[in-house]
Design a protein around this ligand. Structure first.
Ligand SMILES: C[S@@+](CC[C@H](N)C(=O)[O-])C[C@H]1O[C@@H](n2cnc3c(N)ncnc32)[C@H](O)[C@@H]1O
Length: 278
């Protein structure tokens, strides 16, 4: 009994830390300026249409939820970090659409079984620390015959490598937490969803990220806007040598991926996976 109470309290504390982390910096600018294409790709791949009841899990500012609502679907955008919803509401109003915003942990969704026709997550559910719990929730709230669609950064792509680069500088992950980019591994996701889904289609694609004068300019911007990177810098903040080493490692990573001539152009690989609920 005490163990259960302790486990619940530890999970609450972990989620509170994650919520605070995603509220750091300026995630809305990342979704708006760097990766808006991903939400549209996911909505198209899952064939969202007028009349569908759609859940976007770990929706952030509605990168997938807003284009889903623009089809005429009835959309709920849920996220652990409700601080992101104000920017999402603005984006939806600007696009001329409406949807519902609800605070929710992807590992304990507050919705009945089979309550959505389509369940989406765009580089979102991958950040819930317990993969099987989160996958079970995606499956549970999707009706039989409904669609599940996921976009996840791959372990071998730029963002997967960025997390590996930051790991030695970041606080140790809590026991039982799994690395987010594993959701970009097709076999891992097939294992999580199991025989509760059919018609799995997975392909690797990439989104082009540009507009930086140099790899260092990307790094300097990224350490201002992206919560996990800001948290990593904070973890080594009182050690100037470690900060300088992290600076060097992130710039070197961007330099290695840079395909631009004159400015920095990066390809960020992701796995687009769709499936049907059995
Ligand atoms: C990289 S952002 C992606 C947001 C959005 N889907 C997009 O495409 O821009 C990751 C999101 O996952 C959310 N998140 C992290 N852990 C979560 C959890 N356990 N439950 C629900 N959302 C979570 C964060 O709050 C954040 O909004």
């Amino acid at each position: 009994m005490t163990d259960t109470v302790d486990a619940v309290a530890a999970d609450r504390a972990l989620k509170a830390r994650h919520r605070a982390m995603w509220g750091l910096g300026d995630y809305p600018s990342v979704a708006r300026d760097l990766i808006p294409e991903l939400g549209r790709v996911l909505v198209a791949a899952t064939g969202v249409r007028r009349g569908d009841r759609v859940l976007d899990v770990a929706a952030g500012t509605g990168n997938a939820a807003v284009p889903a609502a623009l089809t005429g679907a009835e959309v709920v955008a849920s996220d652990l970090t409700p601080e992101l919803f104000a920017a999402g509401r603005e984006a939806a109003a600007l696009a001329g659409t409406e949807l519902t915003w609800e605070e929710a942990d992807a590992e304990a969704l507050p919705y009945p079984d089979a309550s959505f026709d389509v369940v989406l997550s765009c580089v979102g559910v991958m950040f819930a620390p317990h993969h099987q719990r989160a996958a079970d929730e995606l499956v549970r709230v999707c009706r039989p015959g409904g669609r599940i669609g996921l976009v996840s950064w791959t372990p071998e792509g730029f963002v997967g490598e960025m997390f590996r680069t930051m790991k030695p500088y970041a606080p140790p992950p809590p026991p039982g937490a799994q690395p987010p980019p594993l959701w970009g591994d097709e076999e891992h996701v097939r294992g999580l969803l199991g025989d509760r889904v059919t018609d799995v289609v997975a392909r690797r694609q990439s989104v082009t990220v540009s507009g930086y004068a140099s790899p260092e300019a990307w790094r300097d911007s990224w350490k201002q806007v992206y919560g996990p990177t800001i948290a990593t810098y904070r973890n080594v903040g009182d050690d100037p040598e470690r900060v300088a080493a992290l600076d060097r490692d992130l710039a070197a990573l961007a330099a290695r991926y840079d395909r631009g001539s004159g400015t920095t152009v990066l390809e960020w690989e992701y796995l687009l996976l769709t499936a049907r609920r059995a």
